[in-house]
Ligand binder design. Sequence first.
Ligand SMILES: [Zn+2]
Length: 462
Amino acid sequence: MQVSGYLCALIACSGLTLSVSTGNQTGLESGNTAPPLLLVSFDGFRADYLNKYSFPNLEKFFSDGVLVRELTNVFTTKTFPNHYSLVTGLYAESHGILASVMYDPVSKKNFSIQNDSDPFWWNEATPIWVSVEESGYKAAAAMWPGTDVNIQNHTLKYKFEYNPKVTFQERLGNLTQWMTTDKSVKFAALYWEEPDRSGHMYGPENTTEMSRVLKEVDGHIGFLMEQLNKTGLWGKINVIITSDHGMAQCSQERLIKLDDCITPSSYRVVDLTPVAAIIPLEGSSTVYKNLSICHSNMKVYLKDDVPDRLHYKNNVRIQPILLVADEGWTIVKNGRLPRLGDHGYDSTFPSMHPFLAAHGPAFRKGYRMSSFNSVDLYPLMCHLVGVPPKPNNGSFAHVRCVLVNEQCGELALAVGLVIGVLIILTTFTCLFKLMKNRDPSSSRPFARLELEDDADDEPLLE
Ligand SMILES: [Zn+2]
């Protein structure tokens, strides 16, 4: 009792508070005063590019904001599944965009990145821009996967049809114009194809080419800060720069040829590498058996046996057999290596992880975090724009420390102080008791034992 009273007094005197949230985004009921959020993705920006290359503009961006060095993304570590996870907070099996190429055995429909506009594929989840518009605000987008699709009967007014030829400057220029002329725009998303394209073409270990493209990407970040400054948005809106996945180096020496293992006519490939979705056409058990012993650098799963940690089982669009190549290995039916860099591998590989940086009034300044899960970004963004999150696989608690109003530092300090004081008090109590017990006048039995000990050991041994 005395100890707890002492601790309470200490915390009260130090002026610290254990309150965990004093956020100012209070939701629409009480008037949503949250500033707009701009979400930017540079496709295929592997987390450790930050350590290997120079990014003067990006560093300027997060020096006054937040840097999360690594995001643990979702399986498969492909562009479409991960971009949809970022804006829904769901694993791929829950949002339904499982790969870049899909087949739905019930409807018999096919999906590819060139044929992606059927709402059927996207309607299993509600992306944040739909929630924003359902809340009475507007959203704007430039090429972010899914934003040009009519999802759950919402078509964005402020959007581009996908066209890779539209420059970064034009994409951003339109977004900032929409955000400045229409004050009801609460959320904007921008997608850029690099450094993914160069990573595929040259491989992430080609330092000459990667240095060139990453300098270009950093230039775009410089332009972004300039443009936000020019339009009066810099420092007023919240900005998140992130990516969907990393990139691994591939090689002609690391090829797995399926036709060497099974009869070509006995299977259909829906998606190929590095995660192959296979439909057996004849003798399913033979197909599975032959694939299982095909190559030591390829894991083979029946759909029901896919490890739970991958969250890649519970969806009708996942095919009966799943092949997962080891990092840097490529699965082909036959033939040569299709590209020098690839992604899609197990989401536990650091090479598959992207990073995240943030700047704006809601974020701490100069705050660093080693990692969080990419699905945690969705509840954070909902909090930032003040819309209620839909059920998701993320956790706001994991990421709230990036926010200036969350007082995580003070809480950690208070907890540290409490633990420190407890250790000191316990140590002093023990020492005090020990000293007391050593006082001969206060402990007669101990004194007597000492005397007997000195006189003769024999009786004690018996
Ligand atoms: Zn890619």
